[in-house]
Write a protein of this length. Structure first.
Length: 278
């Protein structure tokens, strides 16, 4: 007779340290405040985008919405708004990874401020990305200023097609794998993180750079769809969260990219359908 199979004993799940609970609570509060700030600061013009048919220079006609994009947004206002948006959208996706890094380093005697420094470095990258985002935003503004709404929608559709194509690239997959792997961060940068506060901050910047490589195309779509539209912010933030946190998140990128390409091609051919996305 066969000996009874040994039952595998599961290790009890590690209980979160008190400072982890505080850290998660702080980021949740910051993210919630950022979402509320976006809700109160966003004007109808700022919720519109060239992709959604909201780019209309002064009147409502031919079935297109009568909203206008804000042509007077200064660089300072844009960058401040962008930072608030990134805090609202990206911190929820980054928090689980940072907490896991913190747990892996718990036995190395790192300071309890490490998680905060990693998060700060992460946000520094997205704040810096606002400069490029503002450049893209000004391009969209000039497109709207031309006064041709179907052409503006088609320009947004082209952004959607290129963003969808990027979802299918090896670079996207490589960046996403780095974003999803706390162990890779610890193996490569564990000593640097524990060596000094500046080291932890720089590693946060390094991790944020991979996140930027993973998500920049989705942010371009957000700018085209409506920079401060809570609906589109929520959709993009949900996609980022699923890709980074869900067990099968890597499998989402390809079908999502194909769907984006398909929708973009439809809008290129029929820009009048854009109001359905508003």
């Amino acid at each position: 007779m066969r000996a009874p199979a040994r039952t595998r004993q599961r290790r009890p799940a590690a209980r979160p340290a008190p400072h982890e609970v505080v850290f998660v609570g702080v980021l949740v509060v910051i993210s919630a405040i950022a979402w509320l700030a976006v809700h109160h600061l966003a004007t109808p013009d700022m919720r519109a985008g060239i992709l959604t048919g909201g780019a209309r220079p002064g009147h409502a006609g031919d079935g297109m919405p009568g909203m206008r994009m804000d042509h007077s947004m200064s660089a300072g206002l844009f960058l401040g708004t962008w930072f608030v948006m990134m805090a609202a959208m990206m911190l929820p996706a980054a928090t689980p990874v940072i907490v896991r890094i913190d747990r892996l380093l718990r036995r190395r005697g790192r300071a309890r401020t490490t998680a905060y420094l990693l998060a700060a470095g992460y946000l520094v990258v997205w704040a810096a990305a606002g400069v490029a985002a503002y450049g893209l935003f000004t391009v969209f503004q000039s497109t709207v200023a031309a006064g041709d709404s179907p052409a503006a929608v088609r320009a947004g559709a082209v952004v959607l097609v290129f963003a969808g194509a990027y979802q299918l690239t090896p670079l996207k997959r490589a960046c996403l794998r780095q974003c999803r792997s706390p162990l890779a961060v610890v193996v490569r940068h564990g000593e640097r993180i524990t060596a000094s506060p500046s080291g932890a901050l720089l590693v946060g910047v390094h991790h944020g750079a991979f996140c930027l490589g993973c998500c920049w195309a989705l942010m371009a779509v957000l700018l085209a769809a409506g920079m401060m539209s809570l609906v589109w912010m929520g959709i993009i933030a949900a996609v980022v969260l699923v890709e980074k946190v869900w067990r099968y998140g890597e499998l989402v990128s390809r079908p999502l990219g194909a769907a984006m390409i398909g929708l973009g091609l439809v809008l290129v051919a029929a820009p009048g359908l854009a109001p359905a996305l508003t």
